[in-house]
Design a protein around this ligand. Structure first.
Ligand SMILES: [Zn+2]
Length: 73
């Protein structure tokens, strides 16, 4: 049996979010972009989805708010 981790994700900070944290109200929120890193068996996985995902991350309480095109969903 072979176990392969196909869903490692890498996150990149894109800058400060213009919206405060929805949990604690802090303005110390950064916009992040993350994408799956294709490796191992993912190279031959036809369902591999490398589409980047974005979220706002509160640096005070750690809350994540998923965003699409800069808008929280
Ligand atoms: Zn917060």
């Amino acid at each position: 049996m072979i176990t392969v981790d196909v869903r490692q994700r890498r996150a990149t900070q894109m800058g400060r979010s213009d919206q405060p944290c929805g949990v604690c109200g802090s303005a110390n929120v950064v916009a992040m972009r993350s994408h799956a890193v294709r490796r191992g068996a993912a190279w031959i996985n036809p369902r591999f989805d490398p589409a980047p995902r974005t979220h706002d991350l509160c640096r005070d309480c750690g809350a994540k708010h998923r965003t699409e095109n800069g808008v929280r969903v």
